[in-house]
Design a protein around this ligand. Structure first.
Ligand code: SF4
Ligand code: SF4
Length: 108
């Protein structure tokens, strides 16, 4: 019995090619979460920790000012991009002022 010869490296089909860089934005990966983070803008101190720890870059740092009920003005607002948030809860876990609640996703 003969042993099947494996192809040499230069005989193999090219794989792992990203022909269209940036196309991951077309694939919404956040639709299977069961819990979703909601940021309380009144509690948020704009420390940016949630933005830093999110493994899916799903925390948005928006160039949008916000004035709290007590009159404090912030120049940025943090929000969640639910198209890519997978509901892991790391942002809520790490928020130092507990401004993020994980709430059940409403199923239509
Ligand atoms: S970690 Fe909490 S306080 Fe800091 S920016 Fe995010 S929501 Fe705001
Ligand atoms: S729940 Fe997880 S994926 Fe969603 S915004 Fe927070 S850290 Fe990112």
């Amino acid at each position: 019995m003969s042993v099947k010869q494996l192809p040499k490296w230069n005989e193999m089909a090219i794989g792992g090619v990203i022909a269209n860089p940036g196309n991951s934005l077309e694939y919404k990966t956040g639709d299977w979460k069961v819990l979703m983070p909601v940021i309380d803008q009144e509690k948020c101190t704009r420390c940016r920790i949630c933005w830093y720890v999110c493994p899916d870059s799903a925390i948005l740092e928006l160039d949008k000012s916000y004035i709290t009920k007590k009159g404090r003005t912030y120049k940025v607002t943090y929000d969640v991009n639910y198209d890519f948030c997978k509901g892991c809860g790391m942002c809520a876990q790490e928020c130092p002022v507990k401004a993020i609640d994980m709430v059940p996703v409403e199923v239509a």
